[in-house]
Design a protein around this ligand. Sequence first.
Ligand code: FAD
Length: 544
Amino acid sequence: MKSLTNGLFKNNDLIGRFLMTMLLSSNLYRNDFCSKLPSETPTVSSQSEFSILPSSLKSLSLDGHFCFEHNHHAANDFGNRYHFLPAAVLHPKSVLDISSVVRHVYEMGTASTLTIAARGRGHSLQGQAQAHLGVVIKMETLREQEICFHTGDLPYVDVSGGELWINILHEGLKHGLAPKSWTDYLHLTVGGTLSNAGISGQAFRHGPQINNVYELEVVTGTGEIVTCTKKHNADLFYGVLGGLGQFGIITRARISVEQAPKRVKWIRMLYSDFSIFCQDQEHLISSDNHFEYVEGFVIINRTGLLNNWRSTFSPKDPLQASKFQSEGKTLYCLEIAKYFNPEDSDTLNQRIEVLLEELKYIECTLFLSDVSYVEFLDRVHVSEIKLREIGLWEVPHPWLNLLIPKSRIHEFAQEVFGNILTDTSNGPVLIYPVNKSRWDSKTSMVTPQEDLVYLVAFLSSAVPSSTKSDGLEHILAQNRRILDFCDSTGLGVKQYLPHYNTQKEWRAHFGNKWEVFRKRKYKYDPLAILSPGQKIFQKEKAYL
Ligand code: FAD
C-alpha cells in the first residue's frame, strides 16, 4: 500500500489537485464542546433511544420517505474520521417534506434532543453533515426543481439545493451557458458549497460561488419556507450564504451564469523563487484581460515532476524540459487557464504568447494543454475514478485550508514550506491569491481583514494504519504545527471550511461577525436544530 500511495502522490496530475481543504481543528484533542459525542467509530445507540423517534416521525404524511435502518452511509464523510449515526434519514421528494419534518422537530421543543442535518454529497471532513441520533436529510433526492436555465440580460439557472454542480455544467452546455464561479471538484452539491463559499481559480474575478447567487429558497429552523434575495429577506439571504447550514436548509438557488466557452488552454509553469511566483500571481489577478483561472501549488522534493505532467500537458521546449530536475527542490507551480472558442484559436496562441512574456517563470518548465471546457472543469473527477479503483479515495483526509493575508504570506511560506513540510508527498498543497474586492462582505463567510488574501490548501490523504509520515497522526501533528505557528505569530489567518470544538473558538473565528451570526441563529433556528455537526450551537434549554 505504501509504495503505491507514494507513487500516486508523486504525481500531481493523478491526484488531481483536490482542492480545498479542510482544516484541522486547533483543538482536535480537546473535545470539550462535544464530549458526549464519540468520534472515530460509528455510534451504536440503544434500542430505547431509537424507539420514541420513529413512531413520531412515521406519523408525518410525506411525498418522500424515511429510512430508520441501514443508515451507516450517513455516518461518514470524505474526511473519513468522524462517524455519528443518525436515528433516521429522510429522502425528501418535496420542499414540503423538509418543511414538515423541521416543523415537527421544532414543535417537539426543547424536551427533544433531536437535531437535523442537511446532507449534500457528504464531502465534509469532520462530520459537519452528520447528526448524532438525529435526522439526516439526503438533499440529492429532492428533485422538485429541475435545472432550468433562463437567458436575457442577466442569465441565470434555477436549481435544487441538492443538485450537483457537474449536472448543472452538463445541462448548461446544452444552452451554451454555465455558472461563472466553480469549485475544483464538481461532484458537490449547491447547498453544500453555498453553505461554505465555493472557491476556485475563478474567484479572483467573479468572487466565490456565494457571490454569484440571485435568490434562495430556504426552510428555516422553524419549518418556514422563505424566499430571499439581496433586497427581500436580505438578512436571511446573506446569513445563509457561507452560513455553515446554521440558519436554514437551501432548497432552491438562482445562480448567475454566462456564455460557456467550448475549449480551454490549460497552462503550467514552475518558479523556484517564491517572491517572483507571488508577484506573477498577483499581476495576473489584477487584470481582467488576462486569464480566466489562476491557481498554483507548492512542490517540495518531488522526483520526475515534469515527466508526470506529460500525460496531460506538452512541454514548450521538450529537450530542455527533459533535463529539468525537481528532486530536492522547493518549487512553485503557476496554473492558469484561458477560455476560448475554436473559431478564435488563430489569434489565441499569439495572445497567450504576449501574456506569457509578462511572466518570469523558469523557461523550460512551460507546459500547455488544449482541452474541452468539461475536461478542464471536471479534472479532479478523473483522479477520483483512478483512486477509487485502487481503494485510495475512501481513506482519511486530514485536510487543512487557510486564508492568509497577503502581507504575511512570505512569513508563512518561509516557515511552512521551508521548515514544517519536508515534502509534499501526502497530497497537493494549493496556493493562490484572491481579490476580496470581488467578494460580498455581507455574507456569513469570514475572511482575513486585507483586500488580497491567499488560499493555502493542504489536501493530504493518510494511509490507513500507517505510523510513518504518510499516517494520520503524523499529518495531524503537522497541521497542528502549522496552526500553532499561525497563532503564535498572529498572522491573522482564517480557516476555510472551519472546524472547531468550542464556542470560544467559534467566537474568535467570527470575530466582529459573531454577534450578527449569533442573533441570526436565534432568529431563524431558535432551538438550534440545524447542522449540529458544525458544533457551533448546541440544542439545549439554556440556549433560549
Ligand atoms: P456536505 O458535506 O454534505 O455539507 C456541508 C455542510 O453544509 C454541512 O454542514 C451540511 O449540513 C450543510 N448543507 C448541506 N446541504 C445543505 C443545504 N442544502 N442547505 C443548507 N445546508 C446544507 N470547496 C471549495 O470551496 N472549493 C473547492 O475547490 C473544493 N474542492 C473540493 C474537492 C474535493 C475532492 C472535496 C471532497 C471537497 C472540496 N471542497 C471544495 C469542499 C466542499 O465545498 C465542501 O466539502 C462542501 O461541504 C460541499 O460538499 P457537499 O455538497 O458534499 O456538502
